[in-house]
Design a protein around this ligand. Structure first.
Ligand code: PHE
Length: 445
């Protein structure tokens, strides 16, 4: 069977940026920055993104383009008759788990898009409104179902007509709306306290858990450590350069996260919200911002609509990993794979949805079911996947081959011997230390 390819380098960059930019940049970034103490966390995140995120993102794309396979097949192709394919297998599993809670939060965005049509009333109790929504029984399930149906529909339509087309239109629109929100947030009276929370670091708040969460957030936001970029790289043409595209993807993703921070934190402080309030932060604060601005109804509608869309261009990459695996390895048709696996993911998404209503008594290490899925997938499986991918590229595939693949054709950024030291030693050791200490603190202590 002929494998589809992105029609241009720009098509690839936008699709991969579409995967990267999503709820991770707005919902997850703002709430984790809020609970982990602000600017010190942001600084850590930026260091990790550049020293670990960028080289690993480039590596994943190179593995994908070299082998033209899904994550499991890619490891099998480069290291036949060895257990390394399990790393790809763990990626497929992580995609499965992440999509089952991702779709729920994306469903909240759809629900808020609908609520925004009637406008947000400035005197409303936005915390109550959010809690009311997530603790209700049917609405979150229905929106989760609608979101999964959209994801399945796009994946069933294919790589170019589905994924690439959706990303090209929607990404630029999201960027513009966020810029408008930044201006509104920064001009609210009292915005300064939020800016300093976001920009002046207080290192006394940093613990081993902060490092673990910063690594987890970096991997999550870059779609790293689970083979999404191996899969997207597998549709990339040989004549397209890798290192520069990877820099664009990382740059766009980081810019959107920082802009989201400037849109959200000034408003959090100006309107008297708590930055550490957790997963509802963006959903409780932003409606209040919209309610306080001219044309707020219109902007509110556009924002939540685009948030849902940004989530969609990420969700399709999660489902694509799972679908590409079963299509390549088991010979299923794309349509059958998309509907069957998407359907199962809908079902595994039910426990975390119900974790706020009928299953609200179930807690794991103090986390609700949704946070538990998120913790194991994002803070454990993704960094572990990244660590093993780095070891694999440097010591099994060998850095010489990885560098050769990355540098052909040559781009503005060219990879050299520093890659061997960084990816072969520094990155795996750094991730291992952070994971061991962070998980020990969180789970055992
Ligand atoms: N990067 C996406 C986001 O920030 C989430 C994601 C994670 C997508 C892993 C694909 C793979 O929202």
């Amino acid at each position: 069977m002929n494998r589809e390819q992105w029609s241009s380098k720009l098509g690839f960059i936008l699709a991969a940026a579409g995967s990267a930019v999503g709820l991770g940049n707005i919902w997850r970034f703002s709430y984790v920055v809020g609970t982990e103490g602000g600017a010190a966390f942001v600084l850590l995140y930026l260091v990790i993104i550049s020293l670990i995120g960028y080289p690993l993102l480039t590596t994943e794309i190179a593995i994908g383009r070299k082998t033209q396979r899904n994550p499991v097949g890619a490891f099998k192709a480069l290291a036949p008759n060895s257990p390394w394919w399990l790393v790809g297998g763990m990626g497929v599993l992580a995609g499965f788990v992440i999509l089952s809670f991702y779709s729920i939060v994306a469903g909240w965005s759809l629900a808020y898009t609908a609520k925004a049509i009637t406008g947000f009333d400035a005197t409303a109790d936005f915390t109550g409104m959010f809690v009311g929504h997530i603790t209700s029984l049917w609405p979150p399930i229905i929106w989760h179902a609608i979101f999964m149906a959209l994801t399945i529909g796009i994946i069933a339509s294919g790589v170019v007509n589905g994924i690439q087309r959706a990303s090209k239109i929607l990404m630029p629109a999201l960027f513009i709306i966020i810029l408008i929100l930044v201006v509104r947030g920064l001009t609210l009276p009292g915005a300064g306290a939020g800016v300093s929370f976001f920009l002046s670091p207080d290192f006394s708040e940093v613990t081993s858990k902060t490092f673990l969460r910063a690594i987890g957030q970096s991997f999550f936001t870059l779609s790293l450590g689970m083979g999404a970029l191996i899969t997207y790289g597998s549709y990339l043409k040989r004549e397209d350069n890798i290192s520069d595209s990877a820099a664009w993807i990382v740059g766009i993703d980081t810019a959107v996260a920082l802009l989201a921070g400037f849109a959200i934190f000034p408003a959090v402080f100006a309107l008297g919200f708590e930055p550490g309030s957790g997963a509802g932060l963006a959903f409780m604060t932003l409606p209040a911002v919209f309610a306080s601005m001219p044309f707020g109804t219109l902007f509110g509608f556009m924002f939540f609509f685009l948030l849902a869309i940004a989530a969609l261009t990420s969700a399709i990459s999660l489902l694509e990993v799972v679908v590409a695996w079963i299509v390549d390895e088991k010979g299923w048709s794309r349509t059958k794979a998309a509907f069957t696996l998407g359907g199962i993911i809908f079902l595994t998404g039910l426990p975390p949805t119900l974790g706020f209503s009928v299953l609200s008594d179930i807690k794991f290490l103090g986390m609700d079911i949704l946070d538990t899925y998120d913790f194991f997938a994002s803070d454990v499986m993704l960094p572990l996947g990244g660590l093993l991918t780095a070891v694999f590229a440097a010591h099994v595939w060998k850095t010489k081959n990885a560098i050769e693949e990355i540098n052909s054709p040559k781009g503005v950024i060219s990879f050299g011997n520093w890659y061997t030291v960084l990816v072969g030693y520094i990155i795996p050791i750094a991730i291992a230390i952070v994971m061991i200490v962070g998980i020990y603190d969180k789970v055992i202590k």
